[in-house]
Design a protein around this ligand. Sequence first.
Ligand SMILES: Cc1cc2nc3c(=O)[nH]c(=O)nc-3n(C[C@H](O)[C@H](O)[C@H](O)COP(=O)(O)OP(=O)(O)OC[C@H]3O[C@@H](n4cnc5c(N)ncnc54)[C@H](O)[C@@H]3O)c2cc1C
Length: 461
Amino acid sequence: MPREQTWQAVQGQATWDVCVVGGGATGLGTALDAATRGYSVVLAEAEDFASGASSRSSKMLHGGVRYLQQLDFALVKEALHERANVLANAPHVAQVLPFVIPCASLAHAAFYGSGLKLYDLLAGRRNVGCSHLLSSKQVMAQARALRPSAHGIQYYDGLFDDARLAQSIARSARQRGAVLMNYCRADIRGQADDGAALITLSRKDTAEQHSLRARCTIFATGAWSGERVAVARGSHIVLPDIGLSSGVLLPKTPDGRVLFLLPWQGHTLIGTTDIAVSQPDYLDTAPPEDIDWLLRTASQALQQPLTPSQVSASFVGYRPLVRPPGAHKNSSQFSRAHLVERTAERSLRVVGGKWTTYRRMAQDVLDAAIAHGILSPAAPCSTADLALSPNPLLDHAWQTQGQWSDAQLQQFVASAVQDEAACTADDVLYRRLRTGFTDQALAQTLRPQVERWLKTRLSAG
Ligand SMILES: Cc1cc2nc3c(=O)[nH]c(=O)nc-3n(C[C@H](O)[C@H](O)[C@H](O)COP(=O)(O)OP(=O)(O)OC[C@H]3O[C@@H](n4cnc5c(N)ncnc54)[C@H](O)[C@@H]3O)c2cc1C
């Protein structure tokens, strides 16, 4: 739906059942779940959809092998269940990926192997592949860039395109009547006599404002959730493929952090750092010190050390970690469990968790709204086996990146604007086509063409 029509739809209704604040994975998932249950839904995202953490993740659908060490088996089991749901419901942007853990000795292999057997067990019949021992030769066949190791362990998780999955959820929500407005901030201004929240929406592009009433307001503002969350900066670098057909997990880097090297969109994605910061932002590239740490640490596991000139893109995201009361420990030790809490008579917050568990977070917050009597009961949650709607043109565009003709680019921009509410060249190049996340120089080269087609499209309305 063209943007102005979306804005008219926002203005066309005075009272909504559900107003979702935040258009990342959690907010979009909540909008889809609510619309599927039959509620009227409006969602406001201050910037572009998925411009926060939800386009800047490590792209893994996972239970979190490392959280086994925290002995939080219920959390891992829930995430493994959700991993299977996303793989089944969004095969156009999510696939199973084999992973390798290089092991220096049989004792190491036995240690990681037993943990991963537990991982398999927790996934139960929804497991996506059984872990097993690999010989040194088998490790090299899957990850020839690695230094030789005595053994390896193979296990399986999912790999996905986060920003494209966000668009898929958004499209599925729109198809069920949800009205989703990007570049539009939401602020609660007060409460009506019947308890409904009075909310002001402010458009970033035109500065227009509109006030509405919501029976239930759900904050899904991720790292922008104030005191409730500790914020951790996670950076990634992307290089032309260094020779990986499987993902690689380095469970113990010299300073104790976990590092992943993944084959993603024809490139190698390496991440991530985990550094406590006071607040999030929307910066595109990672800080130089994070890039340096990633290059140095990954190089220790590789035959050929990596150099800064190989880095074709970098990005940074901010994890919203639910802050335990009085917590002082390192943020990497905070649980990845999500939190649903009531913040006012008719408002709830849903925060924390993982991309992998976005659907469950949405289900939990809406169930809580019903349990608190904020929403009247409607149809039960049905998103666990709801196939998400693809956009074949844009979902697969990355496969021919670098060979796009001007006419193709024109088509991409048209679909990004018409079907996915793109407003700026960055929306198109970073979050619709993903070029800015794999090859920032190419994104710069394409920018003038994209801007030209964008102008034509946006002025056509
Ligand atoms: C570096 C990194 C790596 C990760 N890797 C993985 C991984 O491999 N697998 C996995 O499952 N998870 C991963 N995660 C976690 C996952 O990315 C996040 O849990 C998830 O994206 C959070 O989604 P969200 O919608 O809650 O937050 P966000 O995506 O940050 O969305 C919140 C949105 O709220 C908007 N907002 C804030 N205030 C307002 C307002 N007043 N009005 C309107 N909008 C507002 C913001 O603009 C933002 O877009 C990773 C996270 C990071 C940072």
